[in-house]
Design a protein around this ligand. Structure first.
Ligand code: GLN
Length: 480
């Protein structure tokens, strides 16, 4: 059994119990050689599995997630279960409440196995910036699973659970999905509540699913999406219409942006995306080349705005209210300085300094405000393109998963890898990655589909059709 739908069907048919599924997942997770989890909540998971089995016996199962073991990225708050955001700053922190997405999964009956590894505060593209451990790609353990939701991706790809929630500020759901042969969805900004999600860059952050199939991702989205009174930026838009999932792509207009075939792109990746476009044509869609001229400024824009917002959001970690506190400071200033110096890792410090600089008097106009203006132009590119096409197709990452350690000493090289995923966040669009090919070395290639704001339905149905036509399967190597 691999997919969430299969687990749900087996539970519904009485072929297995949630307790049995959960025990099997926990056993695999405890022997996991890929380092997917930071924390396993064995007692909590077993208790919710038993509660689910009891509901089912009484005919009160609440839906497709009831009794299904899932994982959560460790920047999503879980009441009483340690949540670190991959940072020493929050080591041992037990949140006093659940994030809205956590509460919604619990209400849907899901079994939450534990918390998955990530780049500290979501800052990175390989999960190597975690303060605690490195996560390996289950499809090739010498390589990165991507990031920052690399632990979530590895937990699903290695079949330690049936789905996971990650967060995506600039690609952190889609790129790990691409690197591990999964489907990953970043919803439209505002689609999913951010209440109780450790903030990185609030105008870009969204929670979304990682799963084996498009259908599984849609099921998870449906459980977590929708207005939340606790998050004033959550949208009143109607929920995603999942009845259109199987409606096909006949007549669909697909745009292939020429700017997304970037210099330095792996030729196998480019060829695979073009082949996916041809597949969509064979299914009845039309494909045309489109232009998103401001794409070349997305990198610079994102890496000004995200650090600015991060520097503001991370100001709350002052060693006073919660999180790491230095011992024996000699002054209040030393309390702040030493707590932060000890609690934050090097990439987080770099981002805080970049953001603080770009927001400081005299520079805010040149950097922060300019980046906001360019962001508006990027958004306008998409508004114009979406008058002509219904979805935009590209690669998710310009390259295949790189080797662990390969880019660690060169932050800029790592930032450049995000070039294809960042515009989606800057424009607030829904974006999905799904496997579209297998490279000659066996690694997966991810295709990205972008849609109009709050048109997850069209993105999902396109992905569903492509997935069915391509029929790709990836399996973890060795280990569990
Ligand atoms: N790699 C990007 C960054 O480091 C995006 C990370 C994310 O989406 N959380 O900011």
């Amino acid at each position: 059994m691999k997919t969430l739908a299969q687990a749900a069907a087996a539970l519904a048919a009485g072929q297995t119990s949630s307790a049995a599924l959960t025990a099997a997942c926990l056993e695999r997770a405890k022997a996991d050689p890929f380092g997917a989890f930071l924390t396993l909540d064995e007692p909590g998971a077993l208790a919710s599995a038993q509660a689910s089995d009891a509901r089912r016996r009484e005919g009160r199962a609440v839906g497709p997630l009831d009794g299904v073991p899932l994982s959560l990225k460790d920047n999503i708050l879980t009441e009483g279960v340690v949540t670190t955001a991959g940072s020493r700053m929050l080591e041992g922190f037990r949140p006093p409440y659940d994030a809205t997405v956590t509460a919604r999964l619990k209400a849907a009956g899901a079994v939450l196995l534990g918390k998955t590894n990530l780049d500290e505060f979501g800052m990175g593209s390989s999960t190597e910036n975690s303060a605690f451990q490195k996560t390996k790609n289950p499809l090739d353990p010498t390589r990165t699973p991507g990031g920052s939701s690399g632990g979530s991706a590895a937990s699903v790809a290695a079949r330690l659970c049936f789905g996971s929630l990650g967060t995506d500020t600039g690609g952190s759901i889609r790129q790990p999905a691409a690197f591990t042969g999964l489907v990953g969805l970043k919803p439209s900004w505002g689609r999913v509540s951010r209440f109780g999600v450790v903030a990185y860059a609030s105008s870009l952050d969204q929670v979304g699913p990682l799963a084996h199939t498009v259908e599984d991702a849609a099921t998870l989205l449906s459980a977590i999406e929708g207005l939340d009174p606790a998050d004033a930026t959550s949208s009143t838009a109607p929920k995603t219409d999942l009845s259109m999932l199987r409606s096909g792509v006949r007549g669909l207009r697909v745009g292939l942006p020429k700017e997304f075939f970037v210099d330095g792109m792996d030729p196998e990746v480019a060829a695979s995306v073009r082949a996916a476009a041809a597949t969509l044509v064979s299914l009845g869609a039309s494909v045309e080349e489109v232009s998103l001229p401001h794409t070349r400024y997305a990198m610079a824009t994102y890496y000004v705005l995200a650090p600015c917002e991060a520097s503001s959001n991370l100001g709350r970690y002052d060693g006073v209210r919660f999180g790491h506190r230095t011992t024996d400071p000699r002054s209040l200033k030393a309390l702040y300085e030493n707590s932060r110096a000890e609690g934050f890792g090097p990439e987080v410090k770099r981002r805080i300094m970049l953001g603080t600089f770009a927001l400081s008097a005299g520079y805010a106009d040149a950097y922060y405000r300019k980046a906001q203006q360019v962001r508006a132009l990027i958004r306008r590119d998409y508004e114009q393109v979406f008058q002509r096409v219904d979805v935009v197709l590209s690669a998710t990452s310009p390259v295949l998963p790189w080797r662990l350690g390969e880019k660690l000493d060169d932050p800029l090289a790592m930032y450049l890898m995000d070039v294809l995923t960042l515009p989606c966040n800057l424009a607030g669009l829904p974006g999905l990655s799904l496997p579209c090919g297998r490279a000659s070395n066996g690694l997966p290639i991810g295709a990205q589909l972008l849609g109009r704001p709050f048109d997850e339905g069209t993105v999902l149905k396109t992905a569903y059709a492509l997935e069915a036509a391509l029929g790709l399967q990836f399996a973890p190597t060795g280990g569990v």
